[in-house]
Write a protein that binds this ligand. Structure first.
Ligand code: HEC
Ligand code: HEC
Length: 210
């Protein structure tokens, strides 16, 4: 019995030992993954010779930001903002109102100031308000987001240059990377995000297939 146990233990060890190098080689052989937690800068894509293909790859990297809760919570698909990384409906209940700044008596500015108020857990930035319904990001695919941000009828009548300017300089976009205590920023930096969008535009602003 003891001999049998020792033998099976030895077999088990031998099996693990022989499987280990294989497992390690699998880890090493895996292509560099595009994890949701990182944002690769445009230089990672220069190896893609075909410009439209590179353009799509650049957008698919940038879309990690568009689909992040810090952006989606304001660009919700309903007339209510969302909160936290779980993107739960805003508490207390607030609504879009006539111009995105909330209903009378419950305006966004009642609670949200021009800067984060960490003691009250309330995020803030200049002109804090709900994003227009036509710019909703909640539940949208990369192809849908790409199409709508290129469409002047849905993007606030912007051409590509104005979109690039917005994503590089807008207070609410910049806020996402300085979201205040207890909130995680989107991956990367606002500079890398803007650079990805610029490189996407320079390669023809192509969209992923829908
Ligand atoms: C506090 C709410 C808020 C947050 C947070 C926010 N936005 Fe917006 N966003 C708006 C509003 C309001 C507008 C419309 C402003 C205008 O048209 O001048 C807008 C407009 C835009 C536009 C131009 C319209 C369009 O969709 O083509 C883009 C692009 C955009 N936001 C991207 C982002 C990204 C990316 C993030 C996160 C990094 C973000 N926004 C975070 C409220 C927000
Ligand atoms: C009664 C106060 C109050 C009002 C009014 C209010 N908010 Fe908020 N809001 C808060 C607080 C507090 C939080 C932080 C909740 C948390 O993170 O636990 C918050 C969080 C948010 C967030 C989540 C940020 C993130 O990414 O986690 C968004 C987006 C937001 N509010 C948008 C709005 C908009 C748009 C309006 C107006 C239509 C508005 N809020 C009106 C108190 C308010």
């Amino acid at each position: 019995m003891a001999v049998l146990l020792r033998t099976s233990a030895a077999v088990a060890i031998a099996l693990v030992a022989s499987a280990l190098p294989y497992a390690l080689s699998q880890v090493r052989a895996a292509p560099t993954p595009s994890s949701a937690a990182e944002l690769r800068d445009p230089s990672h894509f220069i190896g893609i010779a075909d410009a439209p293909t590179r353009s799509v790859a650049l957008f698919e990297e940038a879309v990690k930001v568009f689909q992040h809760p810090r952006c989606v919570n304001c660009h919700s698909a309903s007339d209510q903002p969302r909160q936290t990384d779980r993107m739960r409906p805003h508490q207390p209940l607030v609504v879009r109102g006539a111009d995105g700044t909330g209903a009378p008596g419950m305006a966004c500015g009642t609670c949200h100031g021009a800067a984060n108020a960490d003691a009250a857990r309330t995020p803030g930035a200049p002109r804090w308000q709900l994003a227009p319904a036509s710019t909703a990001l909640e539940g949208r695919s990369a192809a849908q987001i790409c199409a709508q941000i290129k469409d002047p009828a849905r993007n606030g009548n912007r051409d590509i240059a104005a979109i690039l300017d917005h994503v590089a300089t807008d207070d609410l976009v910049i806020w996402a990377w300085l979201p205040g205590a207890g909130r995680a920023p989107p991956p990367g930096t606002s500079t890398t995000f803007a650079a990805l969008m610029r490189a996407w535009a320079e390669t023809g602003a192509h969209c992923p297939p829908s």
